[in-house]
Write a new protein. Sequence first.
Length: 286
Amino acid sequence: MKVSACTFIRNGQILGYPFVESIRSVLPIVDEFVIAVGQSDDDTLSILKSLNEPKLRLIETVWNENMRAKGYVYGQQKMLAQFACTGEWIFYLEADEVLHENDLPIIQASMQQYLHDDRVEALIFDYLHFYGNANTYLWSPGWYRHAPRIIKASVRSYAPDGLFWLVLDSNKHGRYPKAAHSGATMYHYGWVRSEEQMNLKASRVEKYWNKQNAAIDYRDMDGRILREFTGTHPVVMQTYLPKESGLFQVNPAYQPSRKQQKHGWMLKLERWFGLELSKKHYTLVK
């Protein structure tokens, strides 16, 4: 079984991505890691080269600044990396997503188990979206709780905006991949970086979505969806994570937006009726 990993990155250093930690977290279970490295204003490329990692394959790219519809340039960059992969499985990691070392044998076993099962096209992960500090994560239908991150190379797939895959059974119709659970968790740290870095990231990428973002204040969050994390973080993240203790403190006077209020009602429905109402970019078959 040959396994490829892939991602894309641009300005990872100045935007505060734990991209080196992300890469290192998956390297033990892949045969190659293909990275589309966009032309950056920082040392992202030189940092990747300095790793001297034989499994890394770097593809230097220039982003098309005219691709400004719904993050389409993200899909372009993701597919440049994915199409260069040579494995039977393709493991896609965002630059702020990290695996726990304890999950690596579980992921390997899942890929081996479903390699020749034609009913399964992809593998999904549970998600922990950390917020504000390393002790706090978000639990809401507005934050996806599961997502596919591994897909078979034999599947005719593409990523329209980088975040999820569509599978083409015909030239005109796309569907979400048929998936089994990997048995593992993805640790998402994008909202743990500093507010300064997050606002810089938002200002840099908003043009690719053809919209303007309001300034981000971490304290402006619905406190009802904050949960305390009592587990352990991946070893590779120990020096990256902020050292604050306790649950992240939000502004008690903050008034949730209409969307957040909607998610609050959905959360109540989940509790009352045992539902799971978060977005699912896959069809669970196992």
